[in-house]
Design a protein around this ligand. Sequence first.
Ligand SMILES: Nc1nc2c(c(=O)[nH]1)N[C@H]1C(S)=C(S)[C@@H](COP(=O)(O)OP(=O)(O)OC[C@H]3O[C@@H](n4cnc5c(N)ncnc54)[C@H](O)[C@@H]3O)O[C@H]1N2
Ligand code: MOO
Length: 413
Amino acid sequence: MSCGTLAKGLLDLEVARARLIAAAEPVQGEELVALEQAAGRVLARDLRARLDMPGIDNSAMDGYALRAAELSDAGLPVVLRVPAGAGVETLPEGGCARIFTGAPVPEGTDCVVPQERVRLDEAGRVHVVGEAKLGANIRRRGEEYREGDPLLAAGCTLNAAALALLASQGIAEVPVLPRFRVALISTGDELIEPGEPFAPGRVYDSNRVMLKALLEQADCVVLDLGVIADDPAALRKAFVAARDGADLVVCTGGVSVGEEDHVRPVLEELGGLWFHGVAIKPGKPFAFGYLDNGSPEGVPLIGLPGNPVASLVGWHLLARPFVQGCQGRTVEALQQYRVRAGFSRRGSPGRRELLRVTLDWQGEGPLALLAGGQGSHMLHAASQAHGYLMMAADTDVEEGHEYPYLPAGQFVD
Ligand SMILES: Nc1nc2c(c(=O)[nH]1)N[C@H]1C(S)=C(S)[C@@H](COP(=O)(O)OP(=O)(O)OC[C@H]3O[C@@H](n4cnc5c(N)ncnc54)[C@H](O)[C@@H]3O)O[C@H]1N2
Ligand code: MOO
């Protein structure tokens, strides 16, 4: 993927992602949890099937089970009735069985004819309208998988379908990795809490609620450490406290280059800065390092920019894959496809730009439209966007041309 000519001193997005993913150390340990408590958790071990699936040959339709070769103009008498949950029986010769979806097909039958394709005569005998195909509408034992086959791989997220799969095997408890603990800090003298009275110059802390939601949706345990002032001593104290109770510290704000931005110097002092600055817009002042020794034995710290949309983009593209790796999850490559732009716009010098867009499906194929104002402080467009149009550095958007599009669905946990 072309990224254009990047500004000096900034890492390419793919390089920064690869470094973060490589640095992620999966959490250790294992917990056994009830299936009902396991949604969103990460499977700790490979699981194999305990049972063949389906467990027996059974009917896919409400209808009649029969031997196709026995059909004739005389019709077949109904000699058995087999509801779901019944035991396996043998079909006497010259007869057929009334059968229901999921019920075991009797021994000796070789097809099920749906009731819509059957005519019953006055004597109650079954006549098939059209063909009775051998094997039709019978779900065979083990056709999906056999006992001992791989079922789910370690590192997968237990989504609703995965939980149902385990339940269908009679599994009631599942081994999962421990939940990842993240300390969350906002920095900035200007910040006030939503609900507090507004005063000119103050800014409501919107990043913390956003990041808390993102982390919790990703199944992290969040230790909310509130707002810390733009003061190196206060930040140092907060980082030390955060480090002692968490697997990762995430902070937002104060990560840029002004003398009021203390995250980077305090991180350097307490541990080590691995990198600072990624060539994306928004999201440039992204910092990553370790508190303690500057080594992977320390607690990692991610510094996200203060500008709200920069913080969101930094989470989606950089922090999230790191957290996923630390949670023991399989980290997927970015999903993208090309979409036609319905607008023109000047490119961003030295940085890839992640434009917040909606997709219009009314014409021929999707058309990307700006979701609203694109400033990195403008949350409205971010709240409406269907995804990002990812522009290479220094590249103008030309209406009607196609560009890589990252659907937002891939970032939803
Ligand atoms: N001279 C330079 N100035 C800036 C640069 C640069 O390279 N050179 N980078 C700009 C970019 S890009 C970004 S993004 C911002 C990020 O700066 P910080 O991470 O240091 O963030 P702050 O300065 O603390 O705040 C920026 C902006 O965001 C608001 N903010 C901060 N925290 C929150 C929060 N929790 N909730 C809502 N809003 C928040 C803050 O009030 C500021 O308006 O730096 C540029 N500057
Ligand atoms: O990264 Mo900043 O987000 O361009 O405003």
